[in-house]
Ligand binder design. Structure first.
Ligand code: SF4
Length: 224
């Protein structure tokens, strides 16, 4: 289920926002619509890990494996842009779902790898971001990407993620809703839930008030 719409470069939204959205729609809107952002320990840890993963944009060779870091990604169909922590290219025998690489012989199959702190989750919060990365690579390279990995630092292990139709549909729906909210300047109401306790924006969101006002309106009234 891919939309027919093609977004322009000016309309692109950060791919990393899919994870915020999957955590909480309001959190996404506070960050991306209202441009509000508060760093707490959790986000700082996340940033440091990403800085490490984005350390160098070079290719390392390990026999039949090439690794690229910080690869720029874009999908005009989803209307998102961002960077992949790591994309691995595995050398394969035939051209199916593979690409040619400059100055390299043979065919190479890309596999996105996302780095996360913590451990594998029961929800799709992390998987939607990986899936969006895979969909960007597919659009950029004109191939299909059936799988990717999420590496979790806490358990030092990879979760293999199948890029299936259900996950793709979730990504398409999130991207569409993100664009609708962004275009309408909409911030959903706060609803107190289990995610609020660890949310980096809870102090400005004040979820227990159940407010439907934007943070700007809330602050204005508080100042008055
Ligand atoms: S505090 Fe709760 S409702 Fe508010 S943005 Fe965070 S997760 Fe969403």
């Amino acid at each position: 289920m891919i939309s027919d719409r093609q977004y322009t470069e000016e309309e692109l939204l950060p791919l990393s926002g899919l994870q915020h959205y999957a955590y909480c729609r309001r959190q996404w809107a506070l960050i991306h619509v209202e441009q509000q952002w508060q760093e707490n320990l959790l986000t700082m840890e996340g940033n440091i890990l990403h800085e490490r993963a984005h350390d160098a944009a070079f290719i390392e060779k390990r026999d039949t494996l090439l690794i690229t870091r910080s690869m720029p990604l874009v999908s005009l169909t989803l209307g998102v842009t961002g960077k992949a922590d790591v994309v691995e290219f595995n050398r394969v025998e035939d051209a199916a779902n593979a690409v040619k690489l400059p100055k390299r012989k043979g065919w190479w199959q890309p596999r996105p790898v996302e780095y996360k702190r913590g451990k594998p989750k029961t929800t799709n919060i992390d998987r939607v971001q990986l899936c969006a990365q895979a969909m960007c690579l597919e659009e950029m390279m004109g191939i299909s990407i059936p799988e990717g990995d999420i590496f979790y630092w806490e358990v030092r292990a990879r979760e293999q993620v199948v890029i299936n139709e259900a996950l793709r549909a979730e990504v398409v729906a999130i991207a569409r809703d993100m664009h609708n909210m962004f275009d309408n300047g909409e911030t959903p109401s706060a609803k107190y839930g289990p995610n609020c306790r660890r949310c980096s924006l809870r102090d400005i969101c004040v979820p227990k008030l159940g407010t439907s006002r934007s943070v700007e309106a809330y602050l204005r009234q508080a100042i008055r």
